[in-house]
Design a protein. Structure first.
Length: 503
């Protein structure tokens, strides 16, 4: 780590806001601290040599530097250590570009000229690096010729692909929480995908990433034969480490914590979206049903925030993130399949704490139906003829809609139920498919355990969404479901009122 300690910030000198002893802080954390004059090239080289040679500890090089070293003002006086130069060019900051350039040995007529000694130095460095690179490539070719199987594996790792996995064969318990269903998939991935690394923020037995851990072991100092990183209560650090692994390449990084703590991770998640890093986020305890832990642990607006990343395009013109909230265990298996196939952007898996009743199958088996979730939204249950109303949800609320639909059909209503794990994927489908799932001019009732705006885009301007519009209360989740109206009776009541108002 490089720390430029110049005592200057944008608005004030740093002494106005902190008296922290940075060297002492990093020493107490077990780092090796090297303090130098950061304007002295020889000290920089010496520190770098020592840092590279250090094999036991992380190293921080604290360079005490002079902000704007060598700058002059219009009167030829020193213009060093000015807060204005933190964010502005020298001339705009109040200094003199010309006088400063001359003071530093530059040429006014050609201010960006490269000095001969610099050009000669770098020509030698580049020649040496080209020679070293050529020698490395030759050694690599020789190694590949003698180790064809390992070379093939290395290419597979860096392609982002995974070995063949029969996702259909993964055994899921009936009516399980989607975090538990994720655990079942992770248990298989731990034995099949050699270059996958999973981390958890001190929650592996609760976010169920321990399904992976049970088939490998955690990293320890001096032993990197495992594939699990215990990150501790350090969500932002964990997310940043995942970004580093993804940028290195050859690794499939995944990390887990409670969904509400995605707030802490957001800066690193946003960078992963911007850079197109295929990190897998395992976010569990996805709703107010974390009742006993209190309202601070209940994600209400988090889903809406994360789903905004699906609407942002990255520099390649694709959705900057894939967000999946599966409705049952089979959808969870498919969600992991989609996550691993997505090698261009990060993927968010938003998973339930509580058990969910498996959705009924339209075809020969539920897994085949769940494969349709790869289109972002699909019909879970349908009616004969045109539906009177479409019931729409993602995650555990889909099962609640199935129960509510049974009551509505007793009133001779034609009901279609749609599971929408990913609005971003759905909006990428052809218009014809989108209209086949959500036809225009058909009333849409949405149910979400988050802010109603989470589903409003799919429900449309005339649609009605029942969601959570206040911070949660503390109670067992079944009590909260009852109080908040997340049950069959309230679905029936709200849909009937909605249809009556439309008439």
């Amino acid at each position: 780590m490089f720390y430029d300690s110049n005592d200057i910030q944008l608005s004030t000198e740093t002494k106005a806001v902190t008296a922290e002893d940075t060297a002492m802080k990093y020493n107490s954390w077990g780092w090796r601290v090297i303090s130098i004059s950061g304007n002295d090239h020889s000290q920089i080289r010496k520190a770098l040599t020592e840092a590279v040679a250090e094999k036991e500890k992380p190293v921080i090089i604290i360079g005490k530097t002079i902000m704007g070293k060598g700058l002059l003002d219009n009167e030829g006086k020193s213009f060093e250590r000015k807060t204005s130069t933190h964010g502005m060019p020298v001339g705009e900051a109040g200094g003199s570009f010309e006088k400063s350039l001359l003071n530093l040995g530059g040429d006014i007529a050609d201010p960006f000229s490269i000095f001969d000694d610099v050009r000669e130095l770098y020509a030698g460095i580049l020649a040496g690096k080209r020679k070293a690179a050529s020698a490395w490539k030759e050694r690599k070719s020789e190694w590949a010729a003698s180790n064809s199987a390992l070379d093939s594996k290395l290419h597979q790792f860096y392609s982002g692909g995974i070995p063949p996995i029969d996702f259909r064969a993964i055994v899921q318990k009936e009516n399980s929480a989607t975090r538990a269903a994720s655990s079942a998939v992770l248990g298989v991935l731990a034995t099949k995908v050699e270059n996958m690394i999973v981390a958890s923020a001190d929650l592996s037995n609760s976010d169920k990433t321990d399904g992976f851990l049970k088939n490998t072991k955690q990293f320890k100092k001096g032993d990197f034969s495992g594939a699990f990183l215990q990150s501790g209560v350090s969500e932002l650090t964990m997310a940043a480490v995942m970004n580093g692994m993804a940028l290195h390449g050859g690794i499939i990084p995944a990390c887990g914590t409670f969904f509400v703590f995605s707030d802490y991770m957001k800066p690193a998640v946003r960078l992963a979206c911007l850079m197109g890093l295929p990190v897998k986020y395992i976010w569990t305890h996805d709703a107010f049903r974390v009742g006993e832990d209190g309202p601070t642990h209940q994600p209400v607006e988090q889903e809406a925030q994360i789903r905004l990343m699906e609407q942002l395009k990255n520099h390649h013109g694709v959705n900057s993130m894939l967000v999946l909230r599966p409705a049952d265990s089979n959808e969870t298996t498919v969600a992991w399949k989609l996550a691993l196939e997505n090698t261009k952007t990060p993927t968010a898996l938003i998973l339930s704490r509580q058990n969910i009743r498996d959705l009924p199958s339209l075809g020969k088996d539920r897994y085949s139906d769940a494969l349709e979730s790869g289109k972002g939204a699909y019909v879970v249950q349908d009616c004969t003829g045109m539906p009177d109303v479409i019931l729409l949800a993602s995650g555990s609320e889909v099962a609640t809609l199935v129960e509510g639909a049974e009551l509505l059909r007793k009133d001779n209503l034609n009901i279609r139920i749609v599971s929408a794990p990913s609005e971003g994927l759905f909006r990428n489908q052809p218009d014809e498919y989108q209209r086949s799932v959500l036809p225009e001019n058909i009333p849409v009732f949405g149910l979400t355990a988050g802010l109603p705006v989470t589903l409003q885009g799919l429900a449309g301007p005339k649609g009605r969404v029942w969601g959570v519009t206040s911070f949660g209360y503390s109670a067992p989740y079944k009590v909260l479901d009852e109080k908040f109206g997340f049950n069959a009776d309230n679905v029936y009541k709200q849909v009937k009122n909605y249809l009556a108002k439309l008439k």
